[in-house]
Design a protein around this ligand. Structure first.
Ligand SMILES: Nc1ncnc2c1ncn2[C@@H]1O[C@H](COP(=O)(O)OP(=O)(O)OP(=O)(O)O)[C@@H](O)[C@H]1O
Ligand SMILES: [Mg+2]
Length: 460
């Protein structure tokens, strides 16, 4: 069953329940109100009659004249003597009066509904003045007369309810339609996401929660599209990067097998093959590492690291290349700083950035670490050619390499590690040295907080 039909059915059922209950309550209340109103009217009529009779006939003994007068009225009434407990006169026949007398207790002045056969009567009693005379006028109206009014009223009410219900159902149809239409449109858009037709996606006009869901679907589609594009680029670049050394190796291997090369060229070819095999090994290892960093957040084992020792380790690793390139490498750690991170991974990230700087520097490279509030900053600057504005965004992408680059995976790996360590890496121009400046910002977490974060990311 469609959502709109479900909503309409639920609404109609609710409406029916409310209207039936209201109808029944009103139906039963109306009879009570009619009885009360009838009693009031009977009392008024009775008072009028008594006043009139009191003025015309001041002696109760003249009741023969009274009888004649009452007989002329189109009313059902008794003239009752309380003292004698007898009916002196009635506009009804003797037999009916007798039946009334047998079935009801005339002396009981509290009873307001009298029985006669299967009929019931609303009664109203009014005493003649002076009260000691005991003369009483009892007026009656059959309840069936009131029931006719009650049914007429109910019939009209039923019509009003029916028209009201019809209007409400039509209104509900339009309202649910307005509510459900964006959902069905959203379903179509989701189908497009499923079929990867991102370029055909359209925005939907909606409000409230549906608008939020629509926004999330749209964002999700964009992220998915970007992810798929980046995956595609990654595979294209990866296959290209792997194909180039493989083709070189194939060329030399076939040449050596077919005896095309002389001894000198063969030796050179073997050297090239070894270099290319090493390059392949490096690319494959870096790709495996990146895949691991992306898919397994639990490969991070965070420990407490003393930053001074950590930086000295990098310095001693870099020393041979620094000396070879006749560079100056400075380091400065502001105060004793400790950090919680996976030491091996962080070493990899910072080394990638430092070794890039060494490769691109003309004379000088500087490393500075300092803490500001709850953040630890690693800054690596050089005096090389720097990074052009247009490359700033692309530089961290996989296989993006510029002049003097190697595989183009180093910074992608650094970014993956820093972001998994809840930090951020960005590049700018070095004001101090004039080349590139890489900043890695990492939060200062207590081991307890780190456990919490890890726990949360595992839950997700
Ligand atoms: N300090 C720097 N100064 C100027 N350009 C830089 C600097 N660091 C990185 N680059 C540019 O960014 C590109 C990407 O760097 P990345 O470290 O990702 O790859 P790579 O150094 O070429 O190869 P590898 O995967 O071996 O690190 C480099 O090819 C280079 O063009
Ligand atoms: Mg690099």
């Amino acid at each position: 069953m469609k959502l709109q039909s479900q909503l309409n059915a639920a609404f109609t059922a609710l409406l029916l329940v409310i209207m039936t209950t209201a109808g029944l309550v009103i139906y039963s209340l109306v009879l009570d109100v009619l009885i009360q109103d009838e009693k009031r009217q009977l009392a008024e009529t009775g008072e009028l009659l008594i006043n009139f009779l009191s003025e015309q006939y001041d002696d109760a003994s003249e009741y023969r004249n009274i009888n004649d007068f009452l007989q002329q009225q189109d009313l059902q009434l008794f003239l009752y003597d309380r003292n004698l407990d007898t009916v002196l006169f009635s506009t009804m026949s003797i037999s009916v009066v007798n039946e009334f007398f047998q079935e009801n207790n005339f002396a009981d002045t509290e009873e307001s509904l009298w029985q006669h056969g299967n009929d019931r009567f609303v009664t109203q009693r009014i005493l003649f003045y002076p009260e000691q005379s005991g003369m009483e006028l009892i007026l009656l109206t059959p309840i069936n007369d009131l029931r006719a009014v009650q049914e007429n009223f109910f019939f009209r009410l039923a019509w009003v309810f029916l028209i009201g219900a019809l209007a409400a159902v039509i209104l509900s149809y339009f309202m649910t339609n307005k509510l459900v239409t964006p959902l069905s449109l959203l379903k179509k858009e989701l189908k497009k996401v499923e079929n990867r037709q991102f370029d055909q996606m359209k925005r939907i006009r909606a409000s409230g929660e549906i608008k939020e869901v629509e926004q999330s679907v749209y964002d999700m589609a964009q992220t998915l599209e970007q992810y798929m594009k980046s995956q595609q680029t990654f595979f294209q670049n990866a296959s290209h990067e792997l194909k180039t050394p493989l083709m070189t190796i194939q060329g030399y291997a076939e040449g050596i097998r077919d005896g095309i090369f002389d001894e000198k060229d063969t030796e050179k070819g073997l050297d090239v093959m070894v270099t290319e095999v090493n390059r392949l090994k490096k690319i494959i290892n870096e790709m495996i590492l990146l895949a691991k960093l992306d898919s397994q957040p639990d490969v991070y084992e965070e420990t407490e690291i003393d930053v001074q020792t950590f930086i000295e380790g990098i310095m001693s690793k870099a020393l041979p290349i620094v000396n070879e390139n006749k560079l100056e490498l400075h380091q400065q750690v502001d105060g004793p700083i400790t950090i919680h991170a996976d030491e091996e991974k962080l070493l990899r990230a910072v080394s990638n950035v430092v070794f890039n700087a060494i490769r691109h520097a003309s004379e000088e490279v500087s490393i500075r670490v300092y803490q500001q509030k709850n953040q630890i900053y690693f800054e690596v600057e050089d005096d090389g050619e720097g990074i052009s504005q247009e490359d700033v965004d692309k530089i961290f992408h996989r296989f993006m390499k510029g002049k003097g680059g190697e595989t183009g995976l180093g910074l992608a790996i650094a970014r993956a590690i820093i972001e998994q360590s809840h930090g951020k890496i960005f590049v700018s121009s070095s004001e101090k040295l004039g080349g590139a400046k890489f900043t890695m910002r990492l939060p200062v977490y207590t081991p307890k907080e780190i456990k919490k974060i890890n726990h949360k990311s595992k839950d997700v």
